[in-house]
Design a protein around this ligand. Structure first.
Ligand SMILES: [Zn+2]
Length: 281
C-alpha cells in the first residue's frame, strides 16, 4: 500500500469549493454500493434484472403486497447487516469540519446516520420503520421483524438473487404461500407499508419543500453517487443551477445533471470522499 494522494481529476477544485463551507449534499445509491446494497440504476443496476415494487401494485394488489413482505422479510437479514462505508464516514467528517451542512439522501438504508452524519433528510423515507396505511401509525421495522419471526418459524426460502435497494430479494413464487404477514399493532388492521417512497409514488410535498429550502440556502450543492435519473432528485440540481448555486457531482459514470454541473468528478466515492475529508477535516 502506498500513502500517495490519489490523482483524481477535479479533486483539488472540489476541495477548494468545499473550503467555503455550507455545501448541501444530495446522495444516491452509489454511496451505498460499497456497503453491499446494490444500485438500481448504476452500471450493474439491478433494475436491469428486477422490476421494483411500485406504489400501485403495493396498494392495489394484495398478492403483490404479500410478495413484497415475504421478500422483504428475507432481505431484511442483509439490510440489517449492512454497515456504513468509508464514504458515509467521510461525509460525517466533512460535516464536522463545517465543509458540508445538511444531507438530503435518496437512500432508504439509514447508513448516513449510522456513519455519524447529522441533519439527514430522507427524501425517499427509511426502511427502519413502517407506516400503517389505515391509521398512519409509525412503527419500528426491527420490532416488526421480531413479530414476523415469531409467526414464520419455518420460513427460510433461498433467495435467487442479491437484495434490492428497497430491501427485498427475489423469491421463487411457490415460496410465497408459506409466509405469514401480520397486521398493525395500533389498529389491528393495515396494511403495513415500509416508510419508503416506492416507484410511482409521490414524495410528500412538505418534505420536498424542506429540501428546496435547504438547496436555496446552500452555498453549493454536492451530488454524491446519483445518476439523477429520477426527477425526485434531479429537480434540486435544476433549482440550484437556476439560482446560480454551484453544483458539484461526484459519481462513477455520467449523470443526467452533468450539463448543469459546475464541477464533475468521475471517480469512485470510496476514493474521493476519504481524500476530501483528509484535506478538509
Ligand atoms: Zn393501523
Amino acid at each position: 500500500m502506498t500513502a500517495a494522494t490519489p490523482t483524481v481529476e477535479g479533486l483539488s477544485e472540489l476541495a477548494d469549493l468545499l473550503t467555503d463551507g455550507g455545501a448541501v449534499v444530495l446522495s444516491g445509491a452509489g454511496l451505498s454500493t460499497d456497503s453491499g446494497i446494490p444500485d438500481y440504476r448504476g452500471a450493474t443496476g439491478s433494475l436491469r434484472r428486477h422490476t421494483p415494487m411500485t406504489y400501485q401494485t403495493f396498494t392495489r394488489d394484495p398478492r403483490g403486497r404479500h410478495r413484497y413482505w415475504a421478500r422483504s422479510y428475507v432481505g431484511w437479514r442483509q439490510i440489517e447487516r449492512a454497515r456504513p462505508n468509508a464514504g458515509h464516514r467521510a461525509v460525517a467528517a466533512l460535516q464536522q469540519a463545517g465543509a458540508v451542512g445538511e444531507v438530503i439522501t435518496q437512500n432508504v438504508d439509514g447508513l448516513h446516520q449510522a456513519g455519524g452524519a447529522r441533519e439527514v433528510l430522507e427524501l425517499h423515507g427509511g426502511l427502519d420503520r413502517t407506516v400503517c396505511l389505515a391509521c398512519g401509525d409509525m412503527a419500528s421495522r426491527a420490532d416488526l421483524d421480531v413479530r414476523l419471526r415469531t409467526v414464520n418459524p419455518g420460513f427460510r426460502p433461498e433467495p435467487t438473487d442479491e437484495v434490492n435497494p428497497d430491501g427485498d430479494v427475489e423469491l421463487p413464487e411457490e415460496a410465497l404461500d408459506g409466509f405469514v404477514m401480520v397486521d398493525c399493532l395500533a389498529c389491528g388492521g393495515g396494511p403495513l407499508k415500509p416508510d419508503v417512497v416506492f416507484f410511482g409514488e409521490t414524495v410528500p410535498r412538505d418534505r420536498v419543500d424542506a429540501c428546496f429550502a435547504l438547496v436555496d440556502a446552500a452555498r453549493s450543492l454536492l451530488v454524491l453517487g446519483s445518476s439523477l435519473t429520477v426527477m425526485s432528485g434531479y429537480r434540486f440540481v435544476i433549482a440550484a443551477a437556476k439560482r446560480g448555486i454551484p453544483v458539484a457531482i461526484v459519481n462513477s459514470g455520467s449523470t443526467r445533471g452533468d450539463a448543469k454541473a459546475t464541477l464533475k468528478v468521475d471517480a469512485p466515492l470510496g476514493v474521493v470522499l476519504p481524500e476530501l475529508a483528509r484535506r478538509l477535516a
